[in-house]
Design a protein around this ligand. Structure first.
Ligand code: FES
Length: 204
């Protein structure tokens, strides 16, 4: 064994042979405490009563914190923030006569221009709500879910859909663009072709 003497005027390095009778130095065990010994360890570290007391208090504060948070949540209303249901669809002169699918993906709507004016369909099947597709060559909307078909006025011509397609309110905004409001819907023949649900061409 090597000993370094660091004090006194004669600091030196000394070699010392371990005595054969001297006890071997204790070597710290590198093995981690076995989980089985946790109870014993906690008992030695805190005492069993202290351990139970601390665990009880910890449980109490966690429970109290959760209870307070859940009560605080009641102070705020369950409001669902959804995007607005109206949108501007560009200028009337951007649309040729026919059915435009420009807004189908982003707004779920078809803008229709006829010789007389404009209207707009909500692209939602009146059966179970799937999005139909427009087939220009056949002049009809076909729903891929259960086969409902609608003509270009939105009336049911085949399939299980119980009602015509819904039309959205449409008007000209102050800046001259088409303004479509999907929150106001109509599908009855007559009312759907006038008022807020049809924009005559001379107005457009
Ligand atoms: S959802 Fe369109 S036919 Fe059923």
């Amino acid at each position: 064994m090597t000993i370094i003497r660091t004090q006194g005027p004669h600091a030196e390095l000394m070699e010392q042979t371990p005595s054969p009778t001297a006890p071997a130095p204790a070597v710290a065990s590198a093995e981690p405490a076995h989980p089985r010994d946790l109870w014993q360890w906690s008992e030695e570290r805190f005492g069993r009563r202290q351990f139970l007391l601390r665990a009880g208090w910890a449980f109490f504060w966690v429970f109290l914190g959760g209870w307070l948070l859940s009560n605080l949540r009641y102070l705020f209303p369950n409001v669902l923030y959804e995007p607005t249901l109206s949108f501007k669809a560009g200028r009337p002169e951007d649309y040729p006569v026919g059915i435009s699918e420009k807004w189908k993906k982003s707004q779920r709507a078809w803008v229709v221009r006829t010789e007389r004016g404009f209207y707009c369909f909500w692209a939602r099947c009146t059966h179970l709500g799937c999005t139909p597709n427009w087939f220009d060559a056949e002049g009809r909307f076909k729903c891929p879910c259960h086969g409902s078909n609608f003509n270009k006025d939105g009336d049911v011509i085949a399939g299980p859909a119980p009602k015509p397609l819904w039309r959205c309110a449409i008007r000209l905004a102050d800046d001259g663009q088409l303004l479509i409001d999907k929150a106001r819907l109509e599908n009855r023949p007559g009312p759907r072709e006038q008022g807020d649900f049809f924009l005559p061409r001379q107005t457009a």
